[in-house]
Design a protein around this ligand. Structure first.
Ligand code: NAD
Ligand code: ZN
Ligand code: ZN
Length: 341
């Protein structure tokens, strides 16, 4: 019987182990994919540490930014064929029949399954995907660069859309990590003017390189005042991708009257929301979780047309524990993409 190699979480307090495991056979609606690259999202680190109230069942394989080639398909697979380039995504599958699926919000389906969390993900040389849901990678793109689009890209693209900010308006991107540095690019491509905020000067330089007009260090004494002055009264929209709870009230404080903040970062914390200000200034605070299949196709299209190009560095699967350490310290520029070669 043939085997595969994967980085496996056996405990929330121990490093991942590289295991040999049996190569799975694709069931109905499934495709088996030989993974070439996978991005490393901060969600994978939250998952491996069991940070959130709903924990993944151990052992599991993280990863939801995998790209590779279909090598086998199960029964009833029509959407992809052997040889096609596809990926996985946080939204592994949804029921297709609930009120949320029916109304084009499959990302809210209560019966959804999530790659690298409730189903094994892309931190391995092979993975199973549901062929009805897997992203199809456009022809001719750089595969390593495509990986970060599958979570970071689609998530920030959707998050920017739900702020309802328009071309010409100001967008605050808080947290310029894997998600934030592509958020700057999507916002610019969507015609918005970008203010970037982070605690690290290297990240702010990356934001300027990708088109941010204004950058602010979140630790500065009057960071909110700086945002307000630079934008003539505050930002129309804000997207918070930061991994620190402090960034959330700071983004709310940077909003213009009538502005909307989309919460995307997932630190396991809460923050106080001032009722009086929220009411009198007509502010909107909304959560946003990844994106639908349609959002994914649109996000990939921006990438394929060269409007968004992730900054990334390639590492080996075996280096995953070091990569998690660097991510925890905020030491990664853009995204790390693991190579299975
Ligand atoms: P990352 O580690 O690459 O980036 C996090 C960034 O936050 C870093 O640049 C860091 O310097 C910055 N930061 C830390 N403290 C800050 C502060 N006080 N103010 C501003 N910035 C600060 O992480 P990532 O992969 O971009 O993921 C970010 C978060 O988004 C994670 O919590 C992840 O789980 C979450 N996420 C959510 C969704 C969703 O659908 N809602 C999807 C993917 C990831
Ligand atoms: Zn992710
Ligand atoms: Zn559903």
């Amino acid at each position: 019987m043939s085997t595969m190699r994967a980085a496996v979480v056996h405990s929330f307090t121990e490093p991942l182990r590289i295991d040999e495991r049996p190569l799975p056979a694709p069931g109905p609606h499934e495709a088996l994919v030989r993974v070439e690259y996978t991005g490393v999202c901060h969600t994978d680190l939250h998952a491996a540490r069991g940070d959130w109230p709903v924990k993944p069942e151990l052992p599991f394989v993280p990863g939801h930014e995998g790209v590779g080639t279909v090598v086998a398909v199960g029964e009833h697979v029509e959407r992809v064929r052997v040889g096609d380039l596809v990926g996985n995504a946080w939204l592994a599958s949804a029921c297709g029949a609930c009120e949320f699926c029916e109304s084009g919000w499959e990302t809210l389906c209560p019966a959804q399954r999530n790659s690298g969390y409730s189903v094994d993900g892309s931190f391995g040389d092979h993975m199973l995907v549901d062929a009805r849901f897997c992203p199809v990678i456009p022809a001719g793109v750089d595969l390593a660069a495509a990986a970060p689009i599958l979570c970071a890209g689609v998530t920030v693209y959707k998050g920017l859309k739900v702020t309802e900010a328009r071309p010409g308006q100001w967008m605050l991107v808080s947290g310029i990590g894997g998600l934030g540095h592509v958020a700057v690019q999507y916002a610019v491509a969507m015609g918005m003017r970008v203010v970037a905020i982070d605690v690290d000067e290297t990240k702010l330089a990356l934001a300027r390189q990708h088109g941010a007009e204004v950058t602010v260090n979140a630790d500065e004494h009057d960071a909110v005042g700086e945002i307000t002055r630079a934008t003539g009264g505050g930002v129309h929209g804000a997207l918070v991708t930061a991994v620190n709870g402090k960034a959330f009230p700071q983004a709310v404080a940077g909003l213009r009257r009538g502005g909307t903040v989309a919460l995307v970062g997932l630190p396991p914390e809460s923050f106080p929301l001032d009722i009086f200000t929220t009411v009198l200034l007509g502010l909107t605070v909304r959560g946003s979780i990844v994106g639908t299949r349609r959002d994914m196709a649109e996000a990939l299209d921006f990438f394929a047309r060269g409007l968004v190009s992730p900054t990334y560095s390639v590492r080996r699967l075996e280096e995953i524990n070091e990569v998690f350490g660097e991510m925890d310290r905020g030491g990664i520029d853009g995204r790390v993409v693991l190579s299975m070669a």
